[in-house]
Write a protein that binds this ligand. Structure first.
Ligand SMILES: *[C@@H]1O[C@H](CO)[C@@H](O)[C@H](O)[C@H]1NC(C)=O
Ligand SMILES: *[C@@H]1O[C@H](CO)[C@@H](O)[C@H](O)[C@H]1NC(C)=O
Ligand SMILES: *[C@@H]1O[C@H](CO)[C@@H](O)[C@H](O)[C@H]1NC(C)=O
Ligand SMILES: *[C@@H]1O[C@H](CO)[C@@H](O)[C@H](O)[C@H]1NC(C)=O
Ligand SMILES: *[C@@H]1O[C@H](CO)[C@@H](O)[C@H](O)[C@H]1NC(C)=O
Ligand SMILES: *[C@@H]1O[C@H](CO)[C@@H](O)[C@H](O)[C@H]1NC(C)=O
Length: 453
């Protein structure tokens, strides 16, 4: 990889109580930066996905984030989300976001971070397909997003289309020509805005081509985008057939049934399709998914080969890998989680409601599952899975297993970013961290110079 010192960047999501930001890197010369965004929901691997309950914006929390974020540690911060609408001329921000976005941009600029806005996300991708569906619409959509750039003094735009020619939320418009149309739109936008940072958040395989399978050549996207951030999370979750890693670094070392995607396989897929590694940003998660697992299934049997290693924290009990879980008893996540009432979803389909089960790293510390350094406390079950290089913790009192990321897994991802020659990382979401423990772990592993706040 190019030898360069990089600073991480991140994106914040102020829009909703569960969503998050991301981070990525910039070179020490500060000429370029990568930032990215992602959605906390959806199986990037293409399986089922869940729609997270939206609790609406908590403006108190959002104000806290603006006040407490160490902005200077990020090269870019991304505000999520602006939403596509049925009218190609309108990209919408809700009223809370209209109020917060200017504060966000000002805080970023005060720390010389680039301020970006993400368009789309899990619930905001319904009308991407029609917005780029004809030459006239693409021109109108370019004008619409450029209007946001000038209104809010943005340095860049991030497109989180979940997903071109592949259903996400359930009622997105999709079309066989989505990916070529997306490229045409980005080419027109790049011509209109040669100096704007442009990025896309994408799944662990390249955008689907007209036949619905991943495109085999996405090299033209690399000419118009500064970078693509791979959303390497939500690979396993409540929709999966067993407990598994939310954000695996590797899966090629796992049993074949457990090879659902990973950073290793995603980088392989994107680079094989002609996208340069040095324009790829690894999306990393400051949150985990929880599962209800019986104690008998959760704990490693003494006869099974123990994955317990030097990483086993004092006083914790080794766990089994990939145990079965009871999907009918989704645990409540951390204090940011809400139990959504049963009703109809954004698509008008019946929805059972219930919690998302998401635990942010900081929320796990607040609940006393992890100590102030992010280490599992005595009495918990714990496994650091050697293949995915991610931790699992088990709370025996309430039979809750959580697949998450910790400083060790973030450091492993930072090392991989260097080895694979990637551009940086994007963390979803900044506010999920605790005292920058995760941010510092990945930054140090990459060799990013430490900066004060
Ligand atoms: C909103 O966030 C603040 C600060 O993080 C928190 O104290 C408060 O309980 C939250 N309110 C709700 C309704 O979740
Ligand atoms: C263009 O956008 C309009 C909405 O503004 C939409 O009704 C129409 O279907 C779009 N055209 C295409 C070809 O997608
Ligand atoms: C882009 O940046 C270059 C170099 O700073 C500048 O000369 C040019 O005017 C800029 N173009 C636009 C469209 O802002
Ligand atoms: C992923 O696993 C494969 C197969 O065990 C191994 O060769 C490779 O080094 C691993 N890569 C990383 C980054 O851990
Ligand atoms: C599960 O256990 C943790 C740690 O003891 C506790 O903080 C949390 O409130 C419990 N959750 C429920 C739903 O009982
Ligand atoms: C956290 O780490 C520091 C430095 O290694 C150590 O001094 C401190 O005791 C640790 N705190 C806990 C709660 O383990």
């Amino acid at each position: 990889m190019l030898h360069m010192l990089s600073l991480p960047l991140l994106a914040l999501n102020f829009a909703s109580a569960w969503a998050a930001p991301m981070c990525s890197l910039r070179s020490a010369t500060a000429t370029s930066s990568a930032s990215t965004t992602s959605s906390t929901s959806g199986s990037a691997a293409g399986g089922t996905s869940t729609s997270p309950p939206s609790s609406g914006g908590n403006t108190t929390r959002n104000d806290d984030i603006v006040a407490t974020t160490c902005w200077s540690k990020y090269t870019s911060v991304t505000y999520s989300f602006a939403l596509t609408t049925p009218d190609v001329n309108t990209v919408s921000l809700n009223s809370d976001d209209e109020q917060l976005l200017p504060q966000f941009v000002e805080a970023a600029h005060n720390s010389n971070s680039k301020a970006m806005l993400t368009v789309g996300g899990w619930t905001g991708s319904q009308y991407f397909s029609s917005a780029v569906g004809s030459a006239d619409n693409r021109t109108a959509f370019v004008n619409a997003v450029m209007g946001l750039v000038s209104t809010y003094n943005l340095d860049g735009l991030d497109f989180d289309w979940e997903y071109p020619n592949k259903q996400g939320l359930g009622c997105n418009i999709i079309n066989a020509q989505d990916t070529p149309n997306f490229l045409s739109f980005l080419q027109e936008l790049r011509t209109a805005a040669p100096n704007l940072t442009l990025s896309a958040a994408a799944s662990i395989v390249p955008f689907a081509g007209p036949d619905g399978t991943p495109s085999t050549d996405v090299s033209e996207f690399a000419k118009v985008l500064d970078y693509v951030a791979i959303m390497n999370y939500d690979i396993w979750g409540s929709w999966s057939s067993s407990v598994g890693p939310n954000a695996p670094l590797n899966d090629t070392c796992a049993p074949s049934a457990d090879q659902q995607g990973s950073a290793v396989s995603a980088v392989q897929a994107w680079t094989t399709a002609g996208f340069p590694a040095n324009q790829l940003v690894l999306g990393v998660a400051s949150y985990g998914h929880s599962f209800h697992v019986d104690q008998s299934a959760a704990l490693a049997s003494s006869s099974s080969p123990s994955s317990a290693s030097s990483a086993q924290p004092a006083g914790t009990t080794p766990l089994a890998a990939y145990p079965a879980f009871d999907a009918s008893q989704q645990p409540m996540g951390d204090s940011w989680d809400v139990s959504a009432p049963a009703g109809v979803d954004q698509c008008g389909n019946p929805s059972p409601g219930g919690p998302s089960g998401i635990f942010n790293f900081g929320g796990m510390i607040a609940q006393g599952i992890l100590d102030q350094n992010g280490t599992a406390v005595p009495g918990m079950g714990f496994l650091f899975d050697e293949c995915s290089q991610t931790p699992f913790v088990y709370v025996p009192q309430n039979q809750t297993m959580i697949s998450y990321d910790d400083p060790q897994s973030f450091a492993a991802k930072g090392k991989f970013i260097n080895e694979a020659g990637l551009r940086g990382f994007a963390m979803w979401e900044a506010a999920g961290d605790y005292q920058d423990i995760l941010l510092d772990a990945i930054s140090n592993a990459i060799g990013i110079e430490e900066v004060g706040c």
